[in-house]
Ligand binder design. Structure first.
Ligand code: ZN
Length: 172
C-alpha cells in the first residue's frame, strides 16, 4: 500500500471532473482502494473518492470507526442512489480536498444505494445518519460536485478565493 497525495482546492480542473464507472472490480481496483484507504486513514478522514487522488473512476472508501474502534472499511464501486428520503439531516461537513473548512450542509437523511463490493458483487445498502451523509458527499465527488456547492454562493466564492490566494503565495 502507498500514501498518495490528495488533490485540494484550488485544483477545480481535477475535482470538477466527471468520474467514469469501472468495467469490473479487479486486482487494479482493489490495489487502488487499498492505497485510497491508507491515504484516508493517514489524513485522517472518514471518506475518500478516487478523484481526490486524481483518478476519475467511480470508486469510494469510507470508514466511520472512531479512534480506538476496530476499523470497518466500506469499499464502494459504481454507486447509484436509488432512493432518498424526504426528511433531511444537517451535518457540519468537511473535506480532505478543502482542508480546515467546515460548514453545515442539509441532505436527505436516508438513502438506498446500489453498488459493487470488494468482490465485484452487486449489493444494496440502506443508510442513515452519518453514513448517509458521507455516502452522498463522496458520490457528489464522482460527479464533480463539492460540499461547498451546497452552501451559499458568497461563502463558496470566499473559500475558493482563499485557496487561490494561498497557492499564489506558495503556501499550498
Ligand atoms: Zn470530500
Amino acid at each position: 500500500m502507498s500514501l498518495l497525495p490528495i488533490v485540494t482546492l484550488p485544483d477545480e480542473k481535477t475535482l470538477r471532473q466527471q468520474s467514469q464507472p469501472v468495467a469490473s472490480v479487479d486486482a487494479d481496483v482493489r490495489r487502488l482502494w487499498d492505497d485510497m484507504l491508507e491515504t484516508m486513514y493517514h489524513a485522517p478522514g472518514i471518506g475518500l473518492a478516487a478523484i481526490q487522488i486524481g483518478v476519475p473512476r467511480r470508486l469510494l472508501v469510507i470508514d466511520l470507526a472512531k479512534d480506538g474502534e476496530e476499523r470497518k472499511p466500506l469499499f464502494v464501486a459504481n454507486p447509484e442512489i436509488t432512493w432518498a428520503s424526504q426528511t433531511a439531516n444537517d451535518y457540519e461537513e468537511g473535506c480532505l480536498s478543502i482542508p480546515e473548512f467546515y460548514e453545515m450542509v442539509t441532505r436527505p437523511a436516508e438513502i438506498r444505494l446500489r453498488y459493487l463490493d470488494r468482490e465485484g458483487e452487486p449489493r444494496e445498502l440502506h443508510a442513515n445518519g452519518l453514513l448517509a451523509t458521507c455516502l452522498q458527499h463522496e458520490i457528489d465527488h464522482l460527479n464533480g460536485v463539492l460540499f461547498i456547492d451546497h452552501i451559499s454562493r458568497m461563502k463558496r466564492e470566499r473559500v475558493i478565493k482563499k485557496f487561490q490566494k494561498a497557492q499564489k503565495l506558495g503556501k499550498l
